[in-house]
Design a protein around this ligand. Structure first.
Ligand SMILES: [Zn+2]
Length: 293
């Protein structure tokens, strides 16, 4: 595992192309395929943005490193940077994290991870503190078995705001990397069941329309995830397109072909009846908590 320093403006580029440039080729040890590269906001930017405790929101999965001796690739990949790097790092995917900062974890070698240099090696002994924040289930190729904190206990472990922040980090990756780039299969509509599962956990399996929870009376957590704009019809698989609803409301929405009004966060039924969401959090907070900077 390594720590990279990135400026806010570079993050979308990193996410979109899973690519990074380095001035030095990391040695002792060399980069290994599958190794996690933590994208950490540069300290000064983190201070400016009020994100000192939330400097890391994404990790890249290392694939290969390529020399760029004459700068041709640097100019091709980063035409507006007007500089070149001797090494280009290609990654296979981007994984969202629950926001965290290395300096607030009890890492044995924390002093070593500070500074402006890049691809700083993280001692394997310290990885145990970092891995719980990596949300493999919300990654481009969901790998829930790699999550050390299961989706079901995310809220207990990280709290509601940071669970929602991880969901928004997923959304940012999904928007940067359109489905056509991720998969060429046309017949299959790509949706991440763990995104829906994370939202259900966030709302404690309550219906966002009526607030119903089945747990007290029936002893089961029962909630559906409804895509407002159906994925099969080109709707994006991001949280702003998903509602957590009880089975009753799910059936009613489909049976009446109800319309979701985003301006007042209400479902409008053809007979004129309207229901506003009583649990609208993830529509309300998006872009307001500063998580998507
Ligand atoms: Zn309901």
């Amino acid at each position: 595992m390594r720590r990279l320093n990135v400026r806010p403006a570079q993050i979308d580029e990193c996410i979109q192309n899973s690519r990074f440039a380095l001035s030095f080729r990391p040695k002792t040890p060399e980069l290994r395929q599958g190794e996690l590269l933590l994208l950490q906001l540069v300290k000064a930017d983190a201070v400016r943005l009020g994100k000192v405790r939330e400097r890391i929101n994404f990790a890249l999965v290392f694939d290969r490193i390529e020399p760029d001796p004459d700068g041709r690739l640097s100019r091709l990949y980063w035409p507006t940077e007007h500089r070149v790097w001797p090494w280009i790092v290609h990654c296979s995917m981007t994984i969202p994290t629950v926001p965290f900062s290395l300096e607030y974890l009890p890492l044995a070698a924390n002093d070593k991870y500070q500074g402006q240099d890049n691809a700083r090696y993280i001692d394997p002994h310290d990885e145990q503190w970092i891995l719980p924040f990596i949300r493999w289930s919300l990654g481009e190729t969901p790998a829930p078995y790699l999550d050390s904190i299961p989706t079901a206990t995310m809220v207990q472990k990280f709290g509601q705001p940071h669970t929602l922040a991880a969901i928004y980090n997923h959304d940012r990756i999904a928007r940067q990397r359109p489905i056509s780039k991720r998969k060429t299969v046309v017949e299959e509509f790509v949706r991440n069941e763990w995104l829906a599962a994370s939202l259900k956990v966030y709302y404690e399996h309550r219906c966002q329309i009526c607030g119903k929870s089945f747990l007290p009376d029936y002893g089961v957590e029962l909630a559906d995830a409804h895509h407002i704009h159906y994925v099969a019809q080109g709707g994006p698989d991001v949280s702003s397109n998903i509602l957590v609803v009880c089975p009753n409301h799910h059936r009613v929405i489909h049976a009446t072909d109800a319309h979701f009004n985003r301006d007042n966060l209400a479902y409008e039924y053809p007979n004129g009846f309207q229901e506003r969401l009583i649990l609208p959090d993830h529509f309300v907070y998006e872009g307001q908590l500063g998580y998507n900077v």
